[in-house]
Design a protein around this ligand. Structure first.
Ligand code: AMP
Ligand code: MG
Length: 357
């Protein structure tokens, strides 16, 4: 870890009332650290290190070992780039869930160690809430409907009466998991993403619609496991890869957009944000944009680099929460919660964003 004495940037001249929070992200394959200020330019650093399995999916223990090895360097660089010594921080925010146990434990351990060493409070951050807060911060949409699509999550949410409430979600696998698993089993990945494009998109070029692949929306919820099985079965039967990829993508994206559209109608929200790793997808962005246009709702896409997991979103959320009195009284209480749902988290800062503090 970097001490104030070994810092390369000059010390910051802190304005009165400025809050500085270090955010630590470590829920799955990314170890990210970022220092965020309550004053412009807000984001002072953004350092990440990502585990990439050479073949197959994420191996939890291998991922955690990678994160643990890279954590000290990532935290040091985040402080260095921000020109902030650890003793100058007001709090440490850490994503304690939901996520993979071994990965979560790395971030929690790092946060507890730093908090104990420097006498800092820990702010517990829910990873899903953080994906929402960075999108609200970047787009300026203060009270949106949220479509959160990632490797392990597919949820439509909106803030009602103090919390983000889940309007609809996947009943089985997440959208990112569907795309990744199909790509892997079809032999077109890893790597899953090349030049910002998913392997399924790349192989869908020139594809045509295949009849008989299941489109499943049950009430407000979606389901993708039948779509995955059928797609792989058709491929084995000799259907063209491009046709199966195209149809899989169209069905999967249309089903989440349908639930989001209904969410807009039911909640009466007049804007929508798309967040999480799959939000980097250009075709999904276009579908959401068209749906929002039809519904008369505002939609602002977010930059691809802030769709996937990062420390900035944890620091932003932690700072908002800390400014509203949320922190643990002892680092020992910073315990991971693998299945922590966003609707279990109070969001007392809402509808404020960092720009309103
Ligand atoms: P996260 O779980 O938030 O880290 O997001 C990771 C997921 O986002 C993985 O399933 C990726 O395959 C997916 N992803 C990243 N970029 C894209 C893209 N351009 N199109 C579709 N999925 C993507
Ligand atoms: Mg994520």
């Amino acid at each position: 870890m970097v001490d104030a004495a070994t810092r390369s940037s000059p010390p910051r001249n802190r304005e009165s009332g400025e809050l500085l929070v270090l955010g630590v992200e470590s829920t799955a394959h990314t170890f990210g650290a970022s220092v965020v200020s309550s004053r412009p330019p807000y984001v002072l650093s953004d350092v990440r290190s990502q585990y990439k399995p050479s073949k197959g999916g994420i191996l939890p223990r291998e991922a955690a070992a990678f994160l643990a090895e890279n954590a000290p360097g990532v935290v040091s660089r985040a402080l260095e780039e921000a020109g902030v010594g650890p003793g100058e921080l007001d709090a440490i925010a850490v994503s304690l869930g939901p996520g993979m146990g071994p990965s979560l434990r790395v971030g929690a351990t790092v946060a507890r160690a730093l908090a104990s060493r420097y006498g800092l409070p820990i702010v517990p951050v829910n990873h899903a809430v953080a994906h929402i807060e960075i999108a609200r911060f970047l787009t300026g949409l203060r009270d949106p409907l949220v479509l959160y699509v990632a490797g392990g999550n597919t949820t439509v949410m909106s803030h009602v009466a103090g919390r983000y409430r889940v309007f609809g979600e996947t009943l089985d696998i997440a959208l990112g998991n569907l795309l990744d698993t199909f790509a892997r089993e079809a032999g077109i990945a890893p790597p899953y993403i090349v030049g910002g494009e998913h392997a399924v998109d790349r192989c869908a070029a020139g594809g045509k619609y295949v009849k008989g692949m299941p489109y499943v929306v049950k009430g407000q919820d979606v389901s993708f496991s039948g779509l995955l099985t059928t797609s792989l079965k058709l491929l084995r039967k000799g259907f063209r890869l491009s046709d199966v990829c195209y149809t899989l993508r169209e069905i999967a994206f249309s089903s989440v957009v349908e639930v989001a559209e209904r969410g807009l109608a039911h909640t009466g929200k007049d804007s929508i944000i798309l967040t999480g790793g799959v939000a980097a997808n250009r075709i999904l962005n276009e579908k959401v944009r068209l749906m929002a246009l039809e519904q008369g709702a505002r939609f602002e896409p977010i930059e691809a680099r802030f769709c996937g997991d990062n420390g900035v979103m944890i620091a932003i959320t932690g700072l908002l929460a800390y400014a509203h009195g949320v922190s643990l009284d002892t680092p020992r209480k910073a315990l991971i919660r693998q299945r922590w749902r966003p609707d279990e988290v109070d969001a007392p800062w809402y509808p404020l964003t960092l720009r309103d503090l």
